[in-house]
Ligand binder design. Structure first.
Ligand code: TRP
Length: 335
């Protein structure tokens, strides 16, 4: 993808490599990425530089980064047509992040709610990287002239600051950086915890029954769905006070493409047991082919590394061009 293909938009997103993805990541992001990749020029990255804002053992960081990369391939994203790469393989990210640091105000970075949340949760390791995390993310976005950046709600504020930084930079130096759209194509579904369906499904939840990992075997998926929290009404309908059933309906809708009315009709007069069995079957049908593909790919280290090398080369070409232009505008002495 040397230059932007005519009429196509550049879609860019990254995923952190902090453990096996859940069906929340799958339905909320990955499936959407896959759909967007059919019509756009896509750049997808594993944000391993972002991962070191919390402590990892070297072996874990290495393994998780490779695994997340393999998941991206397993989704059916085409490494020939798209750019799929590891952030740390392209050094311009760190360079651009430093530069953008100098065009970001301390006050605006201090307003990031995720920083406030994370520094409260990791009070023993409030490092400066946690604080400048959104600026590295701005670098990720702006290096590639992204038009659209599909992200979850929790990242919207970071996308906003990336836009603000780009506009500030352009205000000083002219039209240098592409300002990405505030949002972001079709919205993925927000899948909630199976045990506390007022919270987002999270792979870091200590209660393993609350999330379904893409690595879970079929029987485990079925068991977790069976033990999902519901309500006492015993009626499959979408409504207030029915967070658990609403969540299962959302899941079922993601897998089958049915809307809520159709689901209500199909399950009229049936109990939650029947519904849960159907949800489990649908989730397994969706996930297990991806998991098999992942297992095939993760066993093929040479293939993964070849894709990584190709992806890094393509990414570097684009990133280096932007970084050079930015440095020239600022006035760095170039030879
Ligand atoms: N911070 C994002 C997340 O946690 C991951 C990310 C890093 C990202 N760089 C990005 C997302 C650039 C979109 C664009 O989900």
């Amino acid at each position: 993808m040397e230059t932007q293909t005519e009429n196509k938009k550049i879609v860019l997103s990254f995923v952190q490599s902090s453990g096996a993805p859940t069906i929340g990541n799958y339905f909320g992001a990955f499936k959407n990425w896959h759909d967007m990749a059919q019509e756009n020029d896509c750049i997808f990255g594993v944000a391993d530089l972002h991962a070191i804002t919390v402590r990892n053992t070297p072996a874990d960081l290495r393994r998780r980064s490779k695994e997340m990369y393999a998941w991206l391939l397993a989704l059916g994203l085409d490494p020939e047509k798209n750019v799929i790469f590891m952030q740390s393989h392209v050094q311009e990210h760190a360079l651009m992040a430093w530069i953008l640091n100098c065009y970001t105000m301390f006050g605006e970075a201090s307003r990031m709610t995720q920083f406030k949340d994370k520094s409260a949760r990791h009070a023993d390791n409030v490092n400066v990287g946690l604080f400048t995390y959104p600026i590295l993310m701005a670098a990720d976005i702006l290096l590639y002239n992204a038009d659209m950046v599909p992200v979850g709600d929790d990242q919207k504020q970071h996308l906003e600051i990336a836009r603000d930084i780009a506009e500030r930079f352009n205000g000083i130096y002219g039209d240098v950086l592409k300002v990405p759209a505030p949002y972001i194509g079709k919205k993925g579904a927000r899948i909630l915890s199976l045990q506390e369906p007022d919270k987002k499904m999270s792979k870091s939840d200590p209660n393993e029954k609350s999330f379904i990992s893409l690595t879970d075997p079929d029987a485990v998926i079925a068991k977790k769905i069976k033990s999902a929290v519901t309500d006492s009404e015993a009626c499959v309908r979408y409504g207030e006070g029915k967070d658990g059933i609403n969540n299962l309906m959302a899941l079922y809708a993601c897998c089958t493409g049915l809307d809520y009315d159709a689901i209500e009709r199909d399950f009229a007069g049936k109990g939650y047991g029947d519904f849960k069995a159907a949800v489990a079957e649908a989730v397994v049908a969706e996930i297990s082919p991806v998991r098999s593909e992942y297992e095939r790919i993760i066993a093929d280290k040479a293939y993964i590394e070849q894709c990584m090398a190709d992806g890094a080369e393509k990414a570097r070409r684009i990133a280096a061009r932007t970084a050079r232009k930015v440095m020239k505008k600022i006035g760095f002495y170039q030879i």
